[in-house]
Design a protein around this ligand. Structure first.
Ligand code: SF4
Length: 441
């Protein structure tokens, strides 16, 4: 059997794509390798969201080149493929800079890897595919294999929003939604293979607009209602959402759909209208606050998570204070916060009023201190409560399992291994730095 090693960088969508690449290559005889040294083929599934992302990939390719040469010296071949958003953004240039690459595919063309492998085997040379035929990709992928208790399922790809700091619209293309039937079929296969929770993925997942065979358009709420009917499926989550696409039926679904978990990741990025406009976020601070109030009306216990960027070009002290004020008002359960960093090719990278690293550092520290306090407060509020936990795998201590609360906390408890894949009630006793501990009731 040939061996495949896939290294995944970046987001959950890339993790989903990496699993699908493994599904796709399995019929060609590729099983999983534990390390690149053992692999006949290495795929780097890259992410372009951070600064210097491409440089990190080139550095990894330098290491792989040495490995490939060493293997060639022993008479063993190794194919090297680069997939994902760096491959999409760099394209042909990447093949010139790193001739060690045999295959280069964008996020929407990795389904063509088998024919590209065959072409390289037949005729030698390189193969490159970086078009945007996303729906063709989904049609061409085989049935999903086992993924464990919680499984990612991509329902939507791409983005039409063009936030001025973000490369996604350039690397993943325009917004596209998979047909409801295709999503339901993949969901059923994942549940049949043991998944109890589905995490629906999309760059703008709540902009989902799937076309059914009768020509009708399904919203994400309607899709979740259909998924909730799948027997054996216990939980549904979705990420990442845009405030502008948080439709009334989706807000109502958090009240009416028992399987939809009370956790919502809804990036706001800034609390200043000036910065939000410069970011082209297409919503204002008050829109976000009003939306959160409506969501909490519908589902009072919902945990809200968000993303923040500090030090966006032109951000003043008053703008930053507006962000702090928004955080104090909303009270977030979990967050991701970053200093603004330029992503090549985006409008904000060319803005004149860049903020100094010192100021960005100070602002990030102040924001993160406040966010951590809120996260700890939210987690402390769970102590003494009994929560439904979907157990996923063994924990670090003997006899311990780890699972997730409805609010996405990792929760550890002593439980029999047969509890994996089941929802059980746990009384929470202790908060540790990043998780909760409790006992089965
Ligand atoms: S909504 Fe904005 S941040 Fe999110 S993927 Fe689209 S452009 Fe990027």
């Amino acid at each position: 059997m040939k061996k495949l090693f896939v290294k995944t960088y970046g987001c959950q969508m890339n993790a989903y794509d990496s699993a699908r690449i493994a599904d796709l290559l399995a019929p060609l005889g590729y099983g999983a390798a534990a390390a690149p040294e053992d692999a006949d083929m290495v795929v780097l599934n890259t992410c372009h969201i951070r600064e210097k992302a491409a440089e990190k990939v080139y550095s990894e390719l330098g290491t792989l080149r040495a490995l490939k040469e060493e293997k060639a010296g022993r008479g063993d071949a190794m194919l090297i493929a680069v997939a994902g958003c760096v491959a999409q953004a760099e394209g042909e240039l990447m093949l010139q800079r790193a001739p060690v690459i045999d295959l280069l595919v964008g996020p929407q063309t990795y389904h063509r890897l088998p024919e590209m492998i065959a072409k390289v085997a037949r005729a030698g040379g390189k193969a490159l595919q970086t078009d945007f035929p996303a729906l063709e990709k989904f049609d061409a992928l085989p049935q999903a294999g086992p993924r464990g208790v919680s499984a990612f399922l991509t329902v939507q790809e791409g983005c039409d929003k063009f936030c001025t700091f973000c490369v996604v619209p350039y690397t993943r293309g325009a917004e596209l939604s998979r047909a409801p039937g295709a999503v339901l079929a993949e969901a059923q296969a994942l549940v049949a293979a043991g998944a109890r929770e589905l995490v629906l993925l999309g760059q703008n997942v709540n902009a989902y607009r799937g076309t059914a065979p009768d020509g009708k358009t399904w919203s994400l709420a309607r899709l979740c209602a259909a998924l909730a009917k799948i027997e054996g499926l216990a939980r549904i989550r979705y990420t990442t959402s845009h405030p502008r696409d948080m439709a009334d039926d989706l807000i109502a679904a958090h009240r009416d759909n028992d399987k939809l978990m009370p956790f919502l990741h809804l990036p706001v990025q800034s609390g200043s209208d000036t910065v939000l406009a410069a970011m082209n976020r297409q919503h204002r601070r008050d829109d976000y606050l009003a939306l959160i109030a409506r969501i909490r009306d519908s589902r009072p216990d919902i945990a809200i998570s968000s993303d923040f960027i500090v030090g966006f070009p032109g951000e003043t002290d008053a703008d930053f204070e507006a962000t702090m004020e928004l955080v104090r008002t909303v009270k977030f359960a979990q967050t991701f916060s970053f200093k603004y960093s330029k992503r090549p090719g985006t409008p904000a990278a060319a803005a004149l009023k860049q903020i100094s690293e010192k100021v960005k550092d100070e602002r990030l520290q102040a924001l993160q201190q406040l966010l951590l306090q809120q996260q700890n407060d939210f987690n402390d509020a769970q102590i003494g409560r009994t929560l439904d936990v979907l157990f996923e795998k063994p924990g670090r201590e003997p006899g311990q399992l780890v699972g997730r609360s409805p609010y996405l906390h990792p929760i550890h408890a002593q439980a029999d291994a047969s509890t994996i894949g089941k929802v059980a009630q746990v009384r929470v006793d202790v908060r540790t730095a990043n998780s909760l501990k409790g006992v089965l009731v």
